[in-house]
Design a protein. Structure first.
Length: 383
């Protein structure tokens, strides 16, 4: 099971490290290894969130996520994305930006640093909406009930998450954005840039998340009548409509996953420039890390880990909330990537430990099992 799930990741790791040695010797080998570890540590919460969505897809779309999705993640976000950002911010053509990345990596890094406020605002608002929609939803299983219960009641107010996100964006534009960090230690007023980028991130979430949610809801409705539909289809000789609908739902959830991964990758791409300006080494290191994140996502789905450790998804969403705030703060202040990674790891580890305690309490009380939503069992979990 382990080799089957992580086999491609192991193969890509070997090829990537060998390519690094041929490209820049053993120093390049070390840089790629460090970048791989950086990407995995920063994106572990991404794997947990992805698993919660991917488990709703069939085996075909899981394979698409591991093939086409990896190409988008590695070549799109880890290689093309930095070039596009430089091209837009510096008003260069794509070819010029690529040439700059190879022939003048220092200038390339400066341009990416100057574009950071817009990147952080877009990604920060997208991730914040994910966190807010989760925390304002009334759930059968609650982790930190003293926080989640009152917030779930507030969540009954329509569009509350959008209002809160816009307030946070407005505050960020009037505080950290007015003295945004630029290359060379300077600062610049990026309030309008942050506002526009943040609104773009919010709109992207609403469109992609809304479409995926719409088709997911239609799919659930159709699944309730699946048996009847299949019988009628067999009698009439027509294909069941549920198959086509499942394809639409899976497609938009896949699209949502890719946008989500893009938002998670922002901090990894920006953080990579603290280690190297070489775009080839950056793509190799972050690409290897992206492979492991995807393999870990599939592993969590196939092992049913989220069903057994029910607070993991909560911990990952809290990590998302923390990351969204960190991204906005980095518009003005530099925050070490180690701190960013540790925040997510600590929150998920805490959620895992809470889940283990809950499962033990359920077993001791003779509960229904790890996935039980029995309220008494929740109290006995001690969380």
């Amino acid at each position: 099971m382990l080799l089957k799930t992580f086999g491609w990741s192991f193969a890509v790791t070997a090829l990537g490290l060998v390519a690094a040695v041929f490209y820049g010797g053993w120093q390049a080998f070390g840089i790629v290894a460090i970048l791989s570890i950086l990407e995995i540590s920063l994106s572990f919460d991404n794997a947990v969130i992805n698993a919660g969505i991917l488990k709703k897809m069939n085996a075909f779309w899981q394979k698409i996520f591991l093939t086409v999705g990896v190409l988008i993640a590695v070549f799109g976000m880890r290689l093309v994305f930095p070039v596009v950002i430089v091209a837009i911010s510096a008003k260069l053509g794509p070819i010029e930006a690529i040439d700059l990345s190879f022939n003048d990596p220092d200038r390339y890094k400066e341009l990416v640093t100057d574009a950071h406020p817009s990147i952080a605002a877009f990604g920060g608002m997208f991730l914040m909406m994910i966190f807010l929609d989760f925390i304002f939803e009334d759930r059968d299983i609650q982790w930190l009930r003293w926080i989640e219960r009152p917030l779930a009641k507030l969540g009954k107010v329509d569009m509350l998450s959008v209002c809160v996100a816009l307030i946070v964006l407005l505050i960020a534009s009037m505080t950290v954005a007015t003295h945004a960090h630029q290359h060379g230690g300077g600062h610049a007023d990026k309030a309008s840039t942050v506002l526009l980028s943040g609104i773009a991130g919010l709109i992207t979430y609403l469109i992609v998340g809304g479409l995926s949610g719409f088709f997911e809801g239609k799919l659930e409705e159709e699944e309730e009548r699946e048996q009847e539909a299949e019988e009628e289809a067999k009698k009439s000789g027509k294909p069941a409509s549920a198959v086509l609908l499942a394809g639409k739902a899976a497609f938009f959830m896949f699209l949502y996953l890719e946008v989500l991964d893009a938002s998670f990758s922002f901090d990894g791409v920006i953080g990579a420039f603290a280690i190297t300006n070489e775009i080839v080494l950056m793509a190799l290191g972050l690409g290897i890390g992206a492979m492991y994140v995807r393999s870990l996502t599939v592993y969590l789905v196939r092992q049913g880990t989220l069903d057994d450790y029910v607070y993991l998804e909560h911990g990952a969403h809290y990590a998302i909330g923390a990351l969204s705030v960190i991204l906005l703060v980095t518009i003005r202040y530099e925050i070490n990537e180690i701190i960013t990674g540790l925040v997510g790891v600590v929150l998920i580890a805490w959620a895992f430990w809470s889940s283990v305690r809950r499962n033990k309490a359920l077993a001791a009380a003779g509960g229904e099992g790890p996935g039980s939503t029995d309220s008494k069992a929740e109290v006995s979990s001690g969380v």
